[in-house]
Design a protein around this ligand. Sequence first.
Ligand code: NAD
Length: 355
Amino acid sequence: MGAGLTFEHTTLGQRVLFGAGKAAEHLTGEIKRLGARKVMVIASARERPEAEKITAGVNVTVRYDDVAPHVPLHKADTARKVAIRNGIDLLVSVGGGSATGLAKAIALTTGLPILAVPTTYAGSEATNVWGLTEASRKTTGVDDRVLPVTVIYDAELTLSLPRDLSIASGLNALAHCIDSMWAPRTDPINQALATEGIRALNNGLPIIGMNLNDLTGREQVLYGAYLSAVAFASAGSGMHHKICHVLGGRWNLPHAQTHAVVLPYVLAFNAPAAAGAVHRIAAAFGTENALEGLNTLHDTLGAPRALKDLGLAKENITEAVRLILPGIPASNPRPVTEENLTALLTAAQAGILPG
Ligand code: NAD
């Protein structure tokens, strides 16, 4: 008889370069190391100044800025054609999950390598998950071709993130950590990463909440966001992500804010059936109770609390339940039914707080 510690774990192969103010230097070094000659820089108009600054020393073949939330398929197809037409051999994404997502969509069909420079805490850069949206329906899949070969983290690039987005995006990262505790491939390794991720995010987010320009807080949150994404990539999508992906794809709700709102409702829902997970989450928050730790952080940050404020109407709940239910993983600690999911979404829509 073994001691009961039996698991299967896959670690994704990726280089990570972390350092405030070092993105330009790291980028030049990586492009040289990879031997790339035809670089396509993907950055939305909003992130173009940051992208231009850090690629000033790079010979760029194409600068591409048609980046849209949730990667619409027709935009991915156009970008793929641009990459092929120009003989691109390296994709450099500078931006949030939408810019990374467009680079992934190109890599999915072309096999081109990606060098990702994230400017939010979404974490897409550390996963092999892609997402595409067509006719209001988001499809996601797993393919190692979309995993960026290198990620360059530079906390200075996140200083321009406004307060509401900094907080929502940081809570999006926290959602990766918490959902990893009961996702289909949860294991002791990704739980350990998620626990450290919660600690770093819970430490850094209130610092940012008080002072957006505090680089120490920004670094803590960026570090936590990376850990959260590694945990999420390994553990897979749990109940929380299945809910948010449907809401984002079908009603075009803002990604990070939707995660921020839904998280406490899912934690409250699963907590009674997930003793080990809530113990770890509470320890990471440094509180007696996991939900108390999360609610305290939400209150400290003044985080969004209701889906109605993000654009979900009460009338949408029946359809949302119908779309979400088939995607709930069998690993979820508490059985999910039409009734209890309706109750969860009704509370989250109205902002009636759990706990
Ligand atoms: P986003 O990339 O759309 O960025 C949100 C907004 O912030 C945009 O308007 C953007 O221009 C702006 N922005 C980005 N960086 C900024 C900065 N430094 N300063 C000021 N403004 C800035 O949103 P997101 O939340 O980063 O990512 C969400 C998307 O990523 C969703 O489509 C989601 O599904 C996807 N995602 C995918 C994975 C994955 O593993 N595939 C993981 C997480 C998120």
